[in-house]
Design a binder for this molecule. Structure first.
Ligand code: ADP
Ligand code: MG
Length: 337
């Protein structure tokens, strides 16, 4: 890097860069051939497997509030990446962590690394390297997974006639954000419940793997249902007909006015559930999978042929047409800047 007066003491007074890496981010590896400590890490891929990889960055003020608990921040930083592997039907193997920190705050690092490594252990996904520097708080994780060649779930595989499903319940993360930003009130136990959805999302890794060979296409829901579904429709060159009242939401959200329910479930974002499409004949297999995994899988739409790929027709439970007035998240859209 470019030498500067600060470069020889990027983390002065307290713990240095390499002690920090050793203490908080170096753990023995079981699967990786080589983990943290050398110029590269080494992963051995089993024959017949493709490497699935994905990167997600979390920026303070953009993706998380400065008040978030460090343990939950560590959890979420990895969870959003594991969710991408889940959407492809890949098994997690390892990840790297690029970290910019304003200072060495050991209390923060303890909580953050614990949240990160607890989730990593739960999914048997090893931290094998990264980069650490001083700067405004910024977290970037790259995950590596494996998927049998030719079996990855893609956005482009939706077929006309497919049913469209979502896992779990949508909208609670957005509900929590509204409360935390002071725009909405919930009873205090309600806040903690929805806050868990926002801060401790559980990536649907085993569901994603189980959908291989059953789902025709899949995506994880990070920017809002309608926007993410639109990605699938465009990639697959099809349209969809969606029942806005069929989208599953928590009992807390069901108590909210219907406009709020729709706003949170259709455009909320940060759900980290899976959306997938499957042939109508697969409906019994999908419900058997839901029972086996203990995760609700709800059919909310059908894929239709369309001369305008990406076309989304919305209707309510009575079949009446609903005008699409929702905007999914886009970092560079005028409405969000
Ligand atoms: P280099 O200068 O060769 O890129 P670094 O000095 O940046 O290496 O890092 C030393 C070792 O520590 C490398 O193996 C790197 O992958 C690892 N590392 C650095 N930061 C982190 C981190 N935040 N988490 C995990 N490993 C890290
Ligand atoms: Mg480096």
């Amino acid at each position: 890097m470019i030498p500067s007066p600060a470069s020889s003491e990027r983390f002065p007074r307290m713990m240095g860069e390499f002690d920090l890496i050793k203490t908080y981010f170096t753990r023995p590896t079981k699967r990786a051939v080589l983990g943290v400590g050398d110029d590269c890490a080494l992963l051995a891929l089993a024959p017949g497997m493709h490497l699935a990889t994905s990167t997600d960055m979390l920026v303070e003020g953009r993706h998380f509030l400065s008040t978030v608990d460090p343990y939950r921040l560590g959890h979420k930083a990895l969870a959003v990446n594991l969710s991408d592997l889940a959407a492809c039907g890949a098994r997690p193997l390892a990840f790297t962590l690029a970290l910019a920190l304003p200072s060495v705050d050991e209390k923060f690092l303890e909580g953050f690394s614990q949240g990160l490594l607890d989730l990593a252990q739960a999914h048997d996904c090893e931290l094998i390297g990264g980069d650490t520097t001083r700067g405004p708080l910024n977290l970037c994780i790259t995950v590596f997974g494996e998927v049998p060649a030719g079996q990855a779930l893609l956005r482009s595989g939706a077929r006309v006639g497919d049913d469209v499903y979502v896992s779990g319940a949508l909208g609670d993360a957005r509900l929590a954000l509204e409360v935390l930003c002071g725009r909405l009130n919930l009873p205090s136990n309600g806040l903690e419940l929805t806050r868990r959805a926002l801060e401790l999302p559980q990536p649907r890794v085993s569901l994603g793997m189980a959908l291989r060979g059953l789902a025709h296409s899949a995506i994880d829901l990070s920017d809002g249902l309608l926007g993410d579904l639109h990605h699938v429709l465009l990639a697959s060159g099809v349209g969809a007909r969606l029942n806005v009242d069929a989208v599953p939401c928590s009992s807390l959200l069901q108590e909210q006015p219907i406009d709020w329910q729709h706003e949170c479930t259709l455009a909320g974002g940060d759900d980290y559930e899976l959306l997938f499409t499957a042939a109508p004949e697969s409906a019994p297999a999908v419900q058997a999978l839901a029972a086996a995994q203990g995760i609700p899988l709800t059919c909310i739409a059908q894929i239709i042929a369309s001369e305008r790929p990406g076309e989304l027709r919305l209707h309510d439970k009575h079949g009446a047409k609903v005008v699409n007035q929702w905007h999914s998240f886009d970092h560079f859209a005028a409405v969000n800047t």
